[in-house]
Design a protein around this ligand. Structure first.
Ligand SMILES: O=C(O)c1ccccc1NCC(=O)[C@H](O)[C@H](O)COP(=O)(O)O
Length: 233
């Protein structure tokens, strides 16, 4: 299998001084209900690819986000760009499961994995088997922890995942934290980006990438939105 590197995508975006666009293929959201129906999944992913999306992510949690490993395999089959798994990870074995499913990267979210020993073990296992790791943070303190863990890529969560995204997050969180990210670590602004103005704000703040799910899934023309957001930043 060809390995697609999310880190390479972020390095290239930094070089071009334009944040990479990672689309979160999120089948449902706790806030908005169904976003992508089962029959729309393949055409949706193909449209994103044709619009030159930089990378994809998908939550495999079924209970709140409507995801599954089966849906992830269908996404993998229809996409050549790097694919990152989001999940309420609870075991090291899920790293191997992620690789076997076809993921290139996993996101370890400090708010949902309070046991730092477990985060360390997951990160170590992921790296041994060739998965890339994004450590996702919500506060300056968590960012320090991510740096101590040796994270090469950090996600900055604009919304609180422990509130299942029911909070009114804004890109202000990214604006506050991104300048604290060391120069040799890549930063990704995640969630609550709704408009070109939000994209401009995270670009101006200096983020290397952004994750957008809901706004693109709800758009009448997701491919045009991807092109506009990539070109507009
Ligand atoms: O962040 C996580 O660790 C996570 C774990 C399990 C399910 C979902 C998770 N995150 C959700 C998201 O990251 C957002 O859906 C994504 O950033 C897109 O946000 P939005 O553009 O606001 O739909």
């Amino acid at each position: 299998m060809v390995k697609h590197s999310l880190r390479d995508v972020l390095a290239s975006a930094r070089h071009k001084k334009r944040p990479a666009l990672i689309v979160d293929v999120k089948l449902r959201s706790p806030r908005d209900g169904e976003l992508i129906s089962g029959e729309r999944l393949e055409p949706y992913v193909r449209a994103l690819e044709e619009a030159d999306v930089d990378a994809l992510a998908t939550p495999t949690d079924g209970q709140h986000f409507g995801g599954s490993l089966d849906a992830a395999r269908r996404i993998r089959k229809n996409a050549t760009v790097p694919l990152m798994r989001k999940e309420f990870f609870a075991s090291v074995a899920q790293m191997d499961e992620s690789l076997d499913t076809g993921f290139d990267a996993v996101q370890l979210t400090l708010s949902t994995i309070p046991d730092l020993g477990l985060v360390r073990e997951m990160k170590a296992r992921a790296e041994v088997i060739g998965l890339e790791v994004v450590v996702c943070v919500r506060t300056a303190r968590q960012l320090e922890t991510a740096i101590d863990l040796g994270a090469a890529m950090v996600g900055i969560a604009n919304r609180d995942i422990t509130a299942l995204e029911m909070d009114d997050g804004t890109v202000q969180t990214t604006e506050e934290l991104v300048s604290l990210v060391p120069a040799d670590v890549y930063s990704i602004s995640e969630s609550a980006l709704l408009s070109a103005a939000d994209v401009d704000r995270v670009a101006a703040a200096g983020a290397d990438a952004m994750v957008i799910g809901t706004a693109i899934a709800k758009s009448d023309d997701p491919a045009s939105m991807v092109r506009a957001l990539r070109g507009g930043a």
